[in-house]
Design a protein around this ligand. Structure first.
Ligand code: PLP
Length: 493
């Protein structure tokens, strides 16, 4: 069996730079050519993973910290570009890039240079409370970094600490906005709102809700967790708001063969959103915001058409609810454009767009009229971090000067067309692989399940209870000969 990453070989024909993304395509592209001259040009695995040093460290760490999620220990100083070096010296092509949060890979020289300047040292040593005592360089830094990246139509930005925190505060902004619009008379110091809110009672603490989608992931704090529906283990034992949850479309692939079915599926889901909005209003807990991911990532790579998102936006508008697009995973270029929602052709921007991960800083963009009038309503100690903005500035400059988004789109097209080729050849395909904004079927529909292992593997048409013998099928050999398959694809018999 040919064990080289064969999709990568196909892509090697193209002059890729290291792509600005966390996805397979980016990693594969970067394996081909990198804008970073580093010591690593290919994966080198010398020990089992985790290796002996990682195992010893796991034992040590386990004495005082949870290790249940630790895969292995990393040598960050030796890691470079898309190559991650573990504590045992194994060099791994990193397709996960710190849960999609490293826009330019490890130790990128432009980012290293940006944080090595003497002016970068001060905010590292003295981290400012930006909402109260910003440094004099702050307005210019925000304007030159975050505003050029702002989604069309959104010029107000609020900085937070992480994706969850961005969503939590986007919810708060939506609630505040909803009540501002609904409130008939201005608040005065003796308003009932002030006394009731201290006891968590209406009218000061109103009954409002956020509508989210099954399969969605928006974080693990108490508000966001009530809108997270990807895996039960995230939610188990934690009290939740009884907020409405609608179904996210389950499209069938290839898309061009299921046009009518998919239209009907999206209509059905939109009708459910409408119904849940009305039901929530009737139950006295109206929906103040709808939150949605452009691509459900954590919840299983689920996609929908621009029409679906337009439909959700228009239902939100009709009910006076904010339309929050969670671009924590998709934002910052992961889909080949800075913001995935900008491919939907919306006639007006979303009310709120949240970000984190590849943007290096976290927060949300909105319109100026959504800014709460009073201070301290959306607030925390730091409200961002200047040093992260300095890094983002370097990242954005690198993306612009090297035109990395075009290169990412180009590499994406190559990978996608390779997967499509597989799909055409395997007419009975039913399982799906996800790439960029599209999903491609790869695995045969057959009584004998096909399985796939190797980098990025997550498709099983049957649970793997034991290691099955792999037999190379004729189609496997065909694809392998064309340089289109990763190692480890076989038929389970
Ligand atoms: C779509 C989405 N929203 C929110 C979050 C939460 O972000 P964080 O882990 O930075 O709190 C994630 C994290 O994976 C995410 O994928």
């Amino acid at each position: 069996m040919n064990r080289a990453p064969l999709v990568a070989r196909k892509m090697l024909q193209y002059p890729f730079a290291r792509a600005y993304s966390s996805g397979v395509a980016a990693a594969v592209a970067s394996a081909a050519t990198s804008t970073v001259d580093g010591p690593h040009t290919r994966p080198v695995v010398k020990t089992a993973i985790p290796g002996p040093r990682s195992k010893a460290l796991l034992e040590e760490m386990g004495k005082s910290l949870s290790t249940s999620q630790v895969a292995f220990f990393t040598d960050y100083e030796q890691s470079c570009g898309n190559y991650m070096v573990d504590a045992d010296g194994n060099v791994l092509l990193d397709l996960l890039t710190q849960i999609g949060s490293l826009p330019l890979g490890y130790n990128h020289p432009a980012v290293m240079a940006a944080v090595s300047s003497s002016s970068a040292l001060t905010p590292l040593v003295t981290r400012p409370s930006l909402a109260m005592f910003p440094p004099s360089s702050w307005p210019e830094l925000v304007q030159s970094t975050l505003l050029p990246l702002a989604p069309r139509g959104l010029s107000e930005v609020t900085l937070m600490m992480c994706g969850t925190c961005a969503n939590e505060n986007a919810f708060k902004a939506a609630f505040i906005n909803y009540m501002d619009v609904k409130r008939e008379k201005p608040l005065t110091p003796d308003s009932e709102e002030y006394s009731s809110t201290m006891l968590n009672q209406p009218p000061g603490s109103p009954k409002l809700s956020i509508l989210s989608f099954m399969g969605g992931f928006h974080g693990r704090a108490l508000g966001t967790l009530s809108c997270t529906h990807s895996k039960p283990i995230h939610k188990l034992d934690i009290p939740a708001f009884d907020w409405p949850v609608a179904l996210f479309p389950r499209l069938q692939y290839p898309l061009d063969q299921f046009v009518r079915e998919n239209e009907m599926e999206e209509k059905r889901c939109l009708a459910e959103v409408e119904e849940k909005m009305e039901k929530a209003a009737k139950a006295g807990e109206p929906v103040a915001a709808i939150i949605i991911e452009p691509i459900q990532a954590e919840g299983g790579d689920n996609h929908a058409s621009p029409n679906f998102f337009k439909g959700v936006q228009s239902i939100a508008k009709k009910h006076g609810a904010s339309f929050i697009v969670d671009e924590v995973q998709t934002g910052g270029g992961a889909t080949g454009i800075t913001w995935a929602h900008e491919s939907w052709g919306l006639t007006e921007p979303p009310d709120v767009v949240t970000f984190a991960k590849k943007m290096i800083v976290a927060g949300y963009y909105t319109t100026l009229d959504k800014r709460p009038k009073e201070g301290y309503r959306i607030f925390n100690t730091w409200m961002g971090d200047p040093i992260r903005l300095v890094m983002l500035k370097a990242v954005a400059a690198e993306i612009r000067s090297k035109d990395l988004l075009s290169q990412f789109r180009e590499s994406g097209d190559v990978l996608l067309s390779g997967l499509r080729e597989l799909e055409v050849q395997e007419l009975n395909c039913t399982q799906e692989l996800f790439f960029g904004k599209e999903k491609v079927s790869l695995i045969e529909r057959s009584a004998t399940p096909f399985w796939y292992t190797g980098p990025g593997a997550r498709v099983h048409s049957a649970p793997l209870t034991a290691t099955p013998p792999i037999r190379e099928t004729p189609s496997f050999q065909r694809f392998a000969a064309k340089g289109l398959i990763w190692e480890g694809v076989g038929r389970w018999e």
